[in-house]
Design a protein around this ligand. Structure first.
Ligand code: IMP
Ligand code: MG
Length: 176
């Protein structure tokens, strides 16, 4: 058990299992993107550990860049607007792979994907370390998914609970 802030978490997915699965995703992406020089875009903060491990499993020519998503209430009736901070890359005709730590409800990405598509990449896929199918509320799907997890709060491997826990090398789940 580990304590993060006021809550206890128990080991859930081991470091070895994570490394094995991330290497599998790397091989799959290597195979799918051979000759296409994909551009990975990692969504900070949560995906930095996954991005770092996955990118080092890629052996084909590839680039990586990092963005932060800021969401705020828009002035239009559509509600939340999500903009990317730090996205200077020209995406036109690029094969883009978005890297996320977890797709929970899918809200963040469903707001951001249209903005990405408006920059006319040649293709766009999503690689997420985790997905929580039971929590999904928006029409967002990971093309590459590390692990499906139940609808429980998890920390470690880049994911935080109120800022802490990102440095845990394995994944932990909330212990009730
Ligand atoms: P979504 O917009 O609901 O898909 O939420 C995605 C974001 O919520 C992720 O990028 C995480 O930052 C955060 N999140 C969702 N579930 C968890 C969790 O179990 N642990 C830590 N962060 C989470
Ligand atoms: Mg987060």
């Amino acid at each position: 058990m580990v304590q993060v802030h006021d809550k206890k978490f128990r080991p859930f997915i081991s470091r070895e299992a994570i490394q094995k699965r991330v290497a599998e995703l790397g091989r799959q992406i290597d195979h799918d993107y051979e000759g296409l020089r994909p551009l990975f875009i990692a969504v900070l903060n949560g995906s930095f550990v996954f991005a770092s491990d996955l990118f080092r499993c890629i052996t084909i020519e590839a680039e990586i860049s990092f963005i932060k998503l800021a969401s705020y209430k828009g002035t239009t009736s559509t509600g939340n607007v999500v903009t990317a901070i730090g996205m200077e890359e020209n995406l036109h005709q690029r094969h883009v792979i978005l890297l996320e730590d977890i797709i929970d409800t899918g809200k963040t990405l469903s707001a951001f994907v249209p903005e990405l598509l408006s920059r006319q990449p040649a293709s766009l896929r999503i690689a997420s370390f985790l997905t929580k199918p039971e929590a999904l509320k928006y029409d967002i799907k990971a093309d590459y998914a590390g692990f499906e997890v139940p609808n429980k709060f998890v920390v470690g491997y880049g994911l935080d609970y109120d800022g802490l826990g990102r440095n845990l090398p394995e994944l932990y789940e909330l212990a009730e």
